[in-house]
Design a protein around this ligand. Structure first.
Ligand SMILES: [Zn+2]
Ligand SMILES: [Zn+2]
Length: 135
């Protein structure tokens, strides 16, 4: 059992994870690029029972215009705008944490890359890491 912690940029929202992620991946979908203002999202799948948020309530943007067609709930800090986590349809017990918000990011290492169809061309993915064109 491992312990992880993190927070948004301004610190109004922080979290503690008691346990280990069930998935570690990178999402190259266009909507993650827009929300992050960057090239991709780095994500940990975390059982909701294992993570505790403290401080302000995250705001939620309901993202219905997705490549998958499903509505993604994107949670972020209403004060500083940091993207914190997403929820996807059909996985109600898991959230997808944006791992750039971790205090110690050394423990993140992606096992897969999703939505490589929309990957930015300069991004190189190492051999041996699973790449999915879509989901
Ligand atoms: Zn904040
Ligand atoms: Zn995405």
């Amino acid at each position: 059992m491992t312990f992880h912690s993190g927070k948004c940029l301004c610190g109004e929202i922080s979290y503690q994870i008691d346990g280990d992620p069930v998935a570690a991946g990178v999402c190259h979908c266009k909507n993650c690029q827009r929300q992050a203002g960057s090239a991709f999202s780095t994500l940990w799948g975390i059982p909701k029972a294992a993570i505790q948020f403290t401080g302000a309530m995250p705001k939620c943007y309901l993202d219905g215009d997705t490549a998958s067609g499903g509505q993604v709930s994107r949670y972020f800090c209403g004060n500083c705008g940091s993207a914190l986590y997403s929820e996807v349809p059909g996985q109600k017990d898991i959230l997808y944490l944006k791992t750039g918000t971790l205090d110690d990011t050394d423990s993140f290492s992606p096992d897969f890359h999703a939505w490589c169809d929309s990957k930015q061309s300069w991004v190189d993915i190492p051999d041996g890491v699973t790449q999915m064109a879509r989901q």
